[in-house]
Design a protein around this ligand. Structure first.
Ligand SMILES: [Zn+2]
Length: 439
């Protein structure tokens, strides 16, 4: 908790980030425990810190990753200083408490524990344990993970990585589940453009581009991409069914993985009503911007809508666009890909690290359900997966949905008692993949 408070007190609001002083603080903490680290500076005031505890090299390293930057605050909406590290009513408040300084502190503690409890007691590790703290995650990582991948790729070699992106959720009735992010949806921008005759607005024209675009959007409003159940989603629903409090939803979670097509289809309908489940089951299409028109008395020749389309790994955006074109079914409309998200493979939900994380969680709470999870948002893990690293997203602090929703919001906070759980979970998972005969 002392480290997390200290870390929160460094204002690393991005932009501008200014993560260097925090990186220097981390280096100081590590030096006191005899752990060497290196600070890499992509430009003044920005930094990545990499520290390594060496193993015997039998296995490829395990990486503990977290970002040091945070999103801006609206200070007047906070009930306390967002950079004060205030403890109140069992919570530690501060920007970054759960995104991502909480995990940064837990990773730091886990690394110190590996040094103190294993290395200093003569236990040999089968692999290096690498601690990576990055800058600029919240603005796309050009001065952070992307820069590291392009300039210091050799430092990132690892078999496994633990990063943000999952959930340890307390649900109704006090039950808990751990959702380990093993893959993420891929984000693309797609435009639909209507073209029609231009002219004086005083003479209404057939085929006005704005009307055509409106009709196309109305058709898309009724359209859903087909349900795609990946092995991750199947495992997610069948495990969640065991702890989910609402009986109709729990029944649908069981039904959707059923071999009976009719049962699966009706279950999909129930789950589709919950936006986040709808989003993990199919490619998502969200209109986000509109443009067109030049003046109050001119019929424009063009009107355009931008769609954010998020695909499930393995789906081609070109195919989604073809389906959008077929739904719109209008020769005056063109559908084009404006930016093409980069494909990243999923991480193995049956690896030693996945089992180590679930084992650690169940050691701390024997009733904990553990599920692999396809996240609808993006993290730095996509970069790592493209390098062939099995990255797992967690947020190792048990908390309720309402606390989790403060991420990027006001009065962000972490339950103080969950810090212990988080540190233990990461430490135990690292220990069990790094020691041959772990017991
Ligand atoms: Zn984050």
């Amino acid at each position: 908790m002392a480290h997390l408070q200290a870390i929160i007190r460094f204002d690393t609001t991005n932009p501008p980030g200014n993560e260097l002083p925090l990186a220097q603080y981390l280096a100081g903490v590590l030096t006191r425990d005899g752990i060497a680290s290196e600070i890499l500076e992509p430009r003044p005031h920005r930094a990545q810190l990499i520290a390594r505890i060496r193993g015997n090299g039998k296995k490829r390293p395990v990486m503990l990753l977290a970002h040091m930057d945070v999103v801006p605050v609206e200070r007047e909406k906070w009930s306390c200083d967002p950079f004060g590290g205030v403890v109140r009513d069992g919570y530690l408040y501060g920007r970054g408490a759960i995104d991502d300084k909480g995990m940064l502190s837990a990773n730091l503690m886990a690394l110190l524990l590996v040094k103190r409890r294993l290395v200093e007691r003569g236990i040999v590790l089968d692999r290096d344990v690498v601690f990576v703290a990055t800058s600029d995650e919240e603005s796309g990582g050009a001065d952070g993970m992307r820069w590291l991948v392009e300039n210091h790729r050799e430092q990132l070699d690892a078999e496994f990585a633990i990063n943000e992106g999952g959930r340890t959720r307390i649900i109704e009735g006090g039950k808990r589940y751990l959702a380990i992010q093993t893959a993420e949806k891929i984000s693309h921008q797609v435009s639909i453009t209507a073209r029609g005759p231009a002219g004086h607005a005083a003479i209404p024209l057939e085929g006005n581009a704005v009307f055509e675009l409106g009709v196309a959007l109305a058709k898309l409003r009724e359209y859903r991409e087909p349900v795609t159940l990946t092995s991750t989603t199947r495992q997610l629903f069948s495990e969640l069914a065991n702890v989910w409090p609402a009986p109709d939803v729990a029944k649908a979670m069981r039904g959707i993985v059923s071999a009976d097509a009719a049962e699966s289809a009706s279950a999909a309908k129930v789950l589709s009503r919950i936006p986040v489940f709808n989003a993990v089951m199919r490619n998502g299409i969200s209109p986000v911007e509109l443009s067109g028109g030049v003046a109050g008395n001119v019929i424009p020749a063009e009107a355009r809508a931008m769609l954010n389309v998020r695909t499930i790994p393995g789906h081609r955006i070109e195919d989604v666009c073809a389906r959008i074109g077929a739904v719109v079914e209008d020769p005056a409309i063109t559908v084009s890909i404006e930016s093409h998200g980069k494909e990243a493979p999923g991480s193995d939900p049956d690896s030693a690290m996945f089992h180590a994380l679930s084992g650690a969680a169940r050691m701390l709470d024997s009733e904990m359900a553990v599920v692999p999870y396809l996240s609808t948002g993006g993290t730095d893990s996509a970069h790592l997966r493209r390098l062939g690293i099995d990255a797992y997203g967690i947020l190792p602090f048990p908390m309720e949905q309402s606390d989790e929703e403060r991420m990027h919001g006001h009065d962000e906070r972490v339950p103080v008692k969950s810090l212990h759980f988080g540190v233990r979970m990461i430490y135990e998972a690292v220990r069990s993949v790094s020691i041959a005969s772990s017991s």
